[in-house]
Design a protein around this ligand. Sequence first.
Ligand SMILES: [Zn+2]
Length: 533
Amino acid sequence: MKNENNKYVISSNLLLVICSIAFTIFYNEAFFRNLVKVYPINNENIVFIISAAIVVCALTFFILRIFSNRYTTKTLLIVLFPCAALANYFMNSYNIVIDTAMIQNTLATDFRESSDLFSVKLLVNFLFWGILPSLIIFNFKVQSKPFRKEILSRSAFLGASLIISVSLIFLSSEHFASFFRENKILRYYTNPLTFIYSGTAYISEQMQSTKLEEKIMIGDDAKIPEWDEDRELIILVVGETARSDHFSLNGYSRKTNPQLESYDLTSFSNAYSCATSTAISVPCMFALTEQSGFNLSEASNIENLLDVLHHANVATLWRDNNSDSKGVAIPEIYQDFRNPELNHHCDVECRDIGMLDGLDEYINQQESQDIVIVLHQMGNHGPAYYKRYPKDFEIFTPVCESNQLEECSTEEINNAYDNAILYTDHFLAETIEFLKKYDDQFETAMFYMSDHGESLGEFSLYLHGLPNFIAPDAQRHIPAIVWLGENYEITNENLAQKKDYSISHDNFFHTVLGLMEIETEIYNRNLDLIHNI
Ligand SMILES: [Zn+2]
């Protein structure tokens, strides 16, 4: 039916019912694909699978109904369809889920990073499943009944959707019990329910967190004791998306560490990340708070490891070839090495190795201070692993040259990924070579830790970012390497005895303080990999 403005008229309940059915059928491929993996289609499961579909539809309606009123229905749907289309595309392509951390991550990603994800398929999907439905809805006029009638009809629809959901859950209670208890991950694939939930949780988290004008000070007693007459020069390498089990130093069958294997160093084989995303892991590494109590918005109000180093009068520098320091470094010490004006090793993109250029100058400028330099790598950032290394490093072939990982074979994905590890191997070896030049003037050390791991297609999962409690080992089991120069009282050989210790990002903060021989009340020797027993 058309009204006087030549627009089609529809009641809000009917529109929401149609949209809920459309969402359930066309935007939940990842949910159903994962559901039937756990509950294969057979006589025993079929009723449950159909019930689950109806419950998803009824709950989608329920939530949409709650969030919409006479003024918001259309806007809500017009915004929701493009978001649901994107969520559906990425969940299908990489089997990721959209939780609060993923939203945080997406918002912290810049254009250069997201351009790696772009494809024609994404554009077509977005136009067809995102923009087209929004345009159709735009052309409808949503009709409301008189106030009382409207309230009654809404309540009836809300009640009906709840009754349907509860009855179906009750009828297949055994299946639903295992669905809710043992297969929590499945819920994360419901679209758009999950991202409505995550988006709301993210916004309320942001609203509750207040940004303090001045950060809470920690370790203001930090100092280098008088007996420590040697100067320290330490390079901390914050890795990106590297997996422990893809380092031959840790037993990987492919020789991905041909250069590092020739050094005396310690590769910790049992290291785990704080989180599965850059946006959380990097601040967590530099925070005093351990992973168990870590909260991103709280951490942004508390000083971090670099501040403690400043209290002890250490000169610090942060060079970044990733997106940014995720709030860890103050602008005064920050240098963007994705900028070709600073980084002289840029081809299709700027290379990590460029971060070593000009460091001599920086070191010579510091007359008597100890020095800590942080190098934040581009590393193995996905999905375009094939872009992460210069052509000379393309040793394992054929490689996946697409960001549509699901279209490549496992072998091609692993080849591209492993070539990028080869490049990190080279970069770390060059970093050690750089430090060796300063062995006669400083106590030198390199400490490398990746921010998180990566799924490369195991369990059909790709990339990273799953919540910790369901994240597979591959997303959190990271490489961690310490190399010590000749002047440390502890040798690489001694340290190597600890290589199978169970360690995590929690050790990063205190190990750096230990390497710097800084005294402060907040130092925890038990977490210092060098000095713990
Ligand atoms: Zn990362």
